[in-house]
Design a protein around this ligand. Structure first.
Ligand code: ADP
Length: 638
């Protein structure tokens, strides 16, 4: 889990101590916001000052423009007053020309000249002047461009000044009459330095305002207006649009004279208004140019201080919000990381489970196959085992028959002995009967009975031994089986001068076994010893063969019953000793040995839960040791 291995976990590490990190981040943020606010405040103040400065420059520019306009008008006035038509009239009048004929013409010409001038003087199709009026020195109208009704409409303030003082420049008057502002200029006419008349001209205030004051588009937050030096406003578009009135103006007159801007706060029907007001006097005129700018235009609704507090509050809100956001985000990231981790683990687990179940499926299949194979193999083994058992049984039987065959000679000899005795005794009896009474009759009959009993015993034993019996186990006294086996071979051993030393244990040496099979084993060991001794005797004439048979419990009874067959025969060579129990291994001549005796004996002892071991040296002979488990608490053994 990476990339956002600068990922959720990395975040988790970063925010391992979230409170410390958060405090540090907040402190940095507070300092940063503080600096930002200070800089913003300074910037606002500078902006305000520069805006005011620019506004003031703009107002100065407009005032200069208006001043220029008035100076041009003065030249117009001077030119008209010095015109040939007017000079001609006052000259003719001074020379006494009749008013009826001569002067009337002069006045007509003057009127035409004034009309023409009025029409000619325009700025972009708008007339500069509204009216020309020429009066005599007493104010009686001589020529007037206005209609008759207006002839006498001279502003009262202006009329008061008649006869006018001679001034070096044209005089400018501004007054309000019947709700309308009038701006007029006057200049005197002279003949031979005598005041002869007054020339008056009314300016078209709208043209002045449009082209010299409001010549460029203005925002609604700014305004300009002319005012007289004695404090009367000449509003451009009527009083309604002008936020300042004469009263406010007079109230702030002092501060306006002192500072460039005066801050005026007042209430209007529309609401509270806050304006910065400035005033610039128009050169060589009794007029001022007033200008105001709304406070909002400078820096919106708020002052820099208000702005500062507002920004501070906003910063605080942002700060707290950011804090919460970071905390929330941190928690969210940690949760996300955990969620992603658990999701991945879940996936891993799912994959493992899938793989495991697939493996299990495979293993299951394999196990099934293996079980099938094993069951099959087991069945085959059982079959083979049964076959082997059968073969073994057959082998045992074969071996038995072989040993019977081998014993036959011995048995014949064994039986021959008692038969000879019986025959001799019967002959003695016959003779005895002929010479009756004889005292030895009873003795002879007893001998006959003993010999026939012995014969029956041997024959019975042979019958039992040769019979193929089903293997059944019973409590067996090992000493009895040894005696039975010796009964079969006693005579043979005697004939070969083999001495037998029997050391049979006095205890009840009892085991669970088949007496027939055990006898076969013992017989096999005795006959093998017999052969080894016979073989040695053939090479050594001074040799005297011996077979020792010992039965006993093992030293600590741990290995049960020990049966030892120890001979001093030819012994076994080291290269043969390991092959002794192999089936068909024999060193005997063809027809004499089968090589099955020991392998069958080995199998029988194994079946009885015992063991058989051999030690041998060619000089001392051979010792076979059989161990059989003891059958304790047997009632049958005696
Ligand atoms: P067989 O007696 O028919 O040869 P066995 O399996 O009984 O078969 O014996 C195998 C071989 O073991 C014998 O041929 C013999 O060489 C050797 N053998 C067995 N017992 C003795 C013994 N007591 N002394 C020397 N050799 C022995």
């Amino acid at each position: 889990m990476l990339g956002i291995r600068f990922s959720a976990l990395t975040w988790t590490k970063v925010f391992h101590r979230p409170s410390l990190t958060l405090t540090g981040a907040c402190a940095v943020l507070v300092v940063y916001i503080g600096l930002l606010m200070m800089s913003n405040y300074k910037h606002q103040v500078a902006l305000r000052e520069s805006t005011l400065k620019r506004f003031r420059l703009d107002v100065e520019k407009r005032a200069a423009s208006v001043g220029y306009f008035f100076s041009e008008r003065k030249y117009d006035l001077l030119a008209i007053a010095d015109s040939r038509e007017i000079l001609s009239y006052f000259k003719n009048k001074a020379q006494g020309m009749s008013e009826q004929y001569g002067l009337k013409v002069n006045l007509f010409v003057i009127a035409q000249m004034l009309e023409k001038t009025l029409a000619d003087k325009q700025i972009e199709g708008e007339s500069i002047y509204e009216r020309f009026l020429l009066t005599d020195q007493n104010g009686r109208a001589l020529a007037d461009t206005a209609s008759r009704n207006e002839t006498n409409l001279i502003p009262p303030s202006f009329r008061e000044k008649f006869p006018m003082n001679q001034t070096s420049t044209p005089t400018i008057f501004a007054d309000e009459r019947e709700g309308k502002f009038e701006i007029l200029m006057s200049w005197h006419c002279k003949y031979r330095n005598e005041l002869t008349g007054i020339l008056m001209v009314w300016l078209n205030y709208n043209t002045l305002s449009k082209h010299f004051i409001h010549f460029s588009e203005q925002s609604a937050m700014k305004g300009f207006s002319l005012a007289t030096t004695d404090g009367r406003l000449i509003c451009t578009h009527g009083r309604k649009k002008c936020p300042i009135n004469n009263k406010l103006l007079s109230e702030h007159n002092a501060s306006l004279s002192k500072d460039e801007f005066s801050f005026i706060s007042f209430t209007t029907p529309e609401g509270e208004r806050n304006v910065f007001l400035t005033r610039i006097s128009i050169r060589n005129t009794p007029l001022n140019l007033l200008a105001w700018i709304e406070k909002e235009e400078l820096f919106g609704d708020l002052s820099p201080w208000q702005l500062l507090i507002g920004t501070g509050a906003l910063a605080l809100v942002i700060l707290v919000g950011t804090g919460f956001l970071i905390r929330f985000n941190t928690n969210h990231l940690i949760l996300k990381a955990r969620f992603e981790d658990s999701e991945q683990q879940q996936k891993l687990l799912d994959r493992q489970v899938q793989e495991r179940s697939y493996e299990l499926l495979l293993t299951n299949e394999e196990l099934k196959k293996e079980i099938e194979q094993r069951t099959k193999a087991e069945a085959e083994l059982v079959k083979a085992y049964n076959e082997l058992k059968g073969t073994q049984a057959q082998l045992v039987q074969t071996a038995k028959l072989a040993s019977i065959g081998e014993l036959a000679a011995g048995v014949a000899h064994e039986l021959n002995q008692p038969l000879m005795a019986i025959r001799t005794l019967v002959q003695v009896l016959i003779r005895s009967f002929q010479k009756l009474p004889s005292g030895g009759l009873e003795e002879h009959l007893k001998t006959i009975e003993r010999n026939t009993g012995r014969m029956m015993n041997i024959i019975n034993h042979l019958r039992i031994f040769s019979r193929q019996s089903s293997v059944s186990y019973t409590d067996v006294n090992v000493n009895d089986v040894i005696n039975d086996a010796l009964l079969m071979v006693n005579e043979q051993l005697r004939l070969r001068n083999i001495e037998i030393y029997k050391t049979l244990g006095q205890d009840r040496l009892c085991c669970l076994g088949n007496p027939n099979q055990l006898e076969q084993v013992f017989l096999n060991l005795i006959t093998n010893a017999r052969d080894a001794i016979t073989s040695k005797a053939e090479t050594d004439t001074n040799y005297h063969g011996m077979l020792e048979i010992i039965t006993r419990f093992s030293a600590d009874r741990k290995y049960g019953i020990e049966i030892i067959f120890k001979d001093n025969g030819s012994g076994i060579s080291p290269e043969n000793i390991n092959r002794l129990f192999d089936p068909f291994f024999t060193t005997k001549e063809v027809g004499k040995g089968t090589g099955l005796g020991l392998s069958i004996s080995y199998g029988i002892i194994q079946d009885h839960g015992g063991s058989i071991a051999v030690t041998s040296t060619s000089s001392e002979g051979t010792t076979f040791t059989i161990c059989l488990p003891e059958k304790k608490d047997s009632l049958k053994c005696n």
